[in-house]
Design a protein around this ligand. Structure first.
Ligand code: ZN
Length: 136
């Protein structure tokens, strides 16, 4: 059996014979299979140190530490390009310190632990490329 992963949606298309061109059964995207060398390179891209930059150019480890230590100021969201989320956290914390500040501190620590425990691909999908305005 041959498994081909769609580069757009991640759906696995299975075939009993090797194919030169695959049409994704889920999103309709047509793609060529990666050569074994390219597959190994792609895998290697996700097996680096937690502090190395991922394909998006951002470090998951740095994002996680920013969330844990400076998260109540929204710093990890600014770092990930989620500026609206960063401004929301910053304003909530600054305008209500002592009341809602404790909520942004706790949410940020949880987010930071998530960032450090998930893999690179999950991190980028959830915190950088997702359309969510405020991914926790
Ligand atoms: Zn697809």
């Amino acid at each position: 059996m041959y498994n081909y992963k769609c580069p757009v949606c991640g759906e696995i298309t299975t075939s009993s014979a090797p194919l030169v061109r695959i049409k994704c059964s889920k999103c309709g995207n047509e793609f060529e299979p990666l050569t074994p060398q390219a597959q190994n390179q792609y895998k290697g891209a996700y097996q680096k140190s937690v502090f190395d930059n991922g394909p998006s150019g951002r470090s998951r480890g740095l994002a996680g530490l920013l969330a844990i230590f400076l998260g109540s100021l929204g710093v990890h969201y600014f770092y990930c390009g989620k500026n609206t989320a960063g401004i929301i956290f910053l304003l909530v914390t600054l305008l209500s310190w002592g009341y809602l500040g404790i909520i942004t501190v706790i949410l940020s620590i949880i987010t930071g632990v998530f960032m450090l425990s998930m893999n690179e691909q999950e991190f980028e999908e959830k915190y950088i490329y997702s359309l969510s305005t405020l991914p926790i």
